[in-house]
Design a protein around this ligand. Structure first.
Ligand SMILES: NC(=O)c1ccc[n+]([C@@H]2O[C@H](COP(=O)([O-])OP(=O)(O)OC[C@H]3O[C@@H](n4cnc5c(N)ncnc54)[C@H](O)[C@@H]3O)[C@@H](O)[C@H]2O)c1
Length: 212
């Protein structure tokens, strides 16, 4: 797959979604291109499942290129998208010395993305963050648009903020390891887009289905 870029036009908050197979292995180069210099600390937030698959390579790429990077793993699952997890991220941010010039990278699905984006919105009243979605749902939905937050015991997504990422990098290769159920959840969203506002997309999906 050749590199593709989609601009999210939001005036001074505009950012690009870059799609490329294998982009995860080249992340340092991409960061430098969008002005993330090596003196800026990077806190990568992920979970164990994703980290086992992609984390080490990702972090090594940053370290090999002399970025000051640290990875923090949150627990997987909706029940951990909460204030306790957020508080753990603040603790790590403090220990690591994340300052206003630092950056958070969310490497994972919608849960990692939502929590990380909200941590970035609130740490030191707001630092930059980057979304690297690894589920289909987070690629087509949650990584774009800037909705971030955590759940409250009384309800889902009750605490949050709008916070646009500085950039979104999508590596479709990561979909190869995604459980079928998670892929279907993302596809349901894609089909919905087709039904609501994109006849061409819907027809394309129908043809693809028939050919399988
Ligand atoms: N912010 C928004 O606009 C927005 C929009 C839609 C949904 N959401 C939120 O997104 C969350 C759901 O996100 P999700 O569907 O991505 O689920 P998720 O983040 O829970 O990920 C699903 C599972 O897949 C695993 N996983 C992730 N990437 C993988 C990969 N490449 N290979 C193998 N396993 C992988 C994860 O560890 C997890 O166990 C919900 O909390 C929802 O509220 C937010």
């Amino acid at each position: 797959m050749n590199k593709r870029k989609i601009l999210v036009p939001l005036g001074d908050k505009s950012y690009e979604v870059t799609l490329e197979a294998g982009i995860l292995n080249n992340i340092s180069e991409e960061l430098l291109k969008i002005g993330i210099t090596k003196n800026r600390k990077i806190l990568v937030i992920s979970n164990e499942e994703i980290s086992n698959l992609y984390g080490e390579k990702f972090l090594n790429n940053l370290k090999d290129n002399k970025f000051q990077a640290k990875m923090f793993l949150i627990k997987a699952g909706e029940s951990y998208k909460n204030l306790k997890t957020l508080s753990e991220i603040y603790d790590v941010a403090f220990e690591f010395g994340l300052d206003r010039n630092s950056i958070i990278i969310a490497l994972g699905g919608g849960i990692v993305g939502d929590v990380s984006g909200f941590a970035a919105a609130t740490w030191l009243r707001g630092i930059e963050y980057i979304q690297i979605p690894t589920t289909l749902l987070s690629m087509v939905d949650s990584s774009v648009g800037g909705k971030t937050g955590v759940n409250h015991p009384k309800g889902k997504n009750l605490i949050g903020a709008f916070n646009q990422p500085k950039a979104v990098f999508i590596d479709p290769e990561t979909l190869k390891s995604l459980p079928k159920r998670e892929f279907s959840a993302g596809m349901a969203e894609v089909i919905k887009y087709g039904v609501i506002r994109d006849k061409e997309l819907f027809e394309f999906l129908e043809i693809e289905k028939k050919q399988k």
